[in-house]
Ligand binder design. Structure first.
Ligand code: SF4
Length: 386
């Protein structure tokens, strides 16, 4: 139901048009609230620098309050996440001059329900922001990276004072018992010069729910200088995390699930699906999986004793580089994989093609807003997203 506090400016009065308008509309439909792509940091690893050019929409300014009310009132049912986006480049939520007003409007319109993650670089956090987030039950997901202001400024750019504020905010978050976790994107230099360990040690006493280590990644557009900093293997990071747990008894985890966890997740999902749709058993099936699970996927199908199937792992041709996860695969990548399967390997056309759900939004569209249905139309196959 529309809230009378959120008066809607008609689309024709907005200066956002065309694909950019569609991208914000769709992000709000997905419950992802981003307020434009201006950021007070300039992280060297920021995906926005190295994404395929033109793939995501780039507004290059903050949305006005009227624009936010427009998208919210027309398209937002419920907030699922803030400060992050699907079809747009995102920025820093708290850089918006009306950030608190926006949060209070969403709360008044009953659009904030569960503990919702709000992604922030922490630069703009104040006691008032922290208290409001706590009151509204928001979960702050802070990209901290280093507790050394010099190192943080080097990694995340921006101004020294703001980086220092982000680090100092940890004690304020603890003072107000805020719900938060800390994200760290490690660079090769931080692993080797001890800054990463120093940071973890310094966070021992914090009340953060968790310190999450992100696997750094790069695309085919990332500069070679930067790639050197971003090549860190999963094995190396898992060992580092295990050492930190032992040494400092700190809550720290890796964002990437283990092979065992992936196996169980895929097994549960597919078992439920095959129980519900018994007819799938007799049909010819092609499973398309992300490269990140290409070793685990065949084991699940063997365990389930599935018949009449083929599996292909799908390479990210659009992002390239080290990208292996399903979330960054596009319709274009899946079409290439199916074409390869049918043409090069002279395989019979499958009845059903299985794709990872993570590649698509609520409208069944990929990051570039291409619909998954174009695969169905092109190959006359039935799609199953799971
Ligand atoms: S804080 Fe996020 S959006 Fe801002 S520069 Fe860093 S990675 Fe990019």
């Amino acid at each position: 139901m529309r809230n009378k506090n959120l008066k809607t400016l008609p689309q024709k009065l907005l200066s956002i048009t065309g694909k950019t308008y569609q991208a914000y509309k769709k992000d709000f439909q997905n419950g992802m609230v981003t307020v434009g792509n201006v950021c007070s940091a300039d992280c060297c690893f920021c995906s926005q620098k190295w994404n395929p050019p033109g793939l995501l929409q780039d507004l290059k300014r903050l949305l006005t309050l009227e624009e936010i009310k427009h998208f919210s009132n027309l398209y937002l049912k419920e907030v699922n996440g803030m400060g992050s986006a699907i079809h747009n480049n995102s920025g820093e939520f708290f850089l918006h001059p009306h950030a608190l007003e926006i949060l209070n409007l969403f709360a008044a319109a009953n659009k904030i329900h569960n503990p919702i993650p709000l992604f922030t670089n922490g630069n703009e956090l104040t006691e008032e922001i922290i208290k409001t987030c706590k009151k509204l039950g928001l979960y702050l997901s802070i990209s901290l990276n280093s507790t050394n202001p010099e190192a943080r400024t080097e990694i995340m750019g921006g101004c020294y004072g703001r980086n220092k504020n982000a680090i100092d905010s940890i004690s304020k978050l603890d003072k107000y018992n805020a719900n938060y976790c800390i994200w760290i994107v490690p660079l090769r230099r931080n692993l080797e010069n001890g800054d990463l360990e120093h940071t973890i040690r310094g966070l021992r006493e914090s009340k953060a729910d968790n310190i999450l280590i992100h696997l750094p990644g790069y695309t085919k557009y990332t500069s070679s200088q930067m790639v050197k900093e971003l090549i860190i293997s999963q094995k190396e990071l898992r060992q580092f995390i295990s050492d930190m747990r032992q040494k400092y008894k700190v809550k720290i985890s890796f964002e990437i699930p283990t092979a065992g966890e992936c196996f169980i997740n895929i097994l549960l999902t597919l078992s439920n699906l095959f129980k519900k749709r018994k007819c799938l058993g007799k049909k010819k099936k092609l499973f398309l999986c992300a490269q990140s699970v290409e070793n685990v996927f065949p084991l699940v199908l063997q365990k389930m004793q599935i018949q009449k199937y083929a599996i292909r792992s799908v390479k990210s041709t659009v992002f390239g580089g080290s990208v292996e996860c399903a979330g960054l695969l596009l319709v274009e990548d899946y079409i290439k994989a199916i074409a390869d399967f049918l043409e090069k390997e002279s395989q019979e056309k499958p009845d059903y093609v299985f794709l990872p759900r993570n590649s698509f939004d609520v409208n069944k569209e990929d990051l570039s807003m291409d619909s998954v249905m174009s695969i169905e139309d092109k190959y006359d196959v039935k799609l199953v997203m799971c």
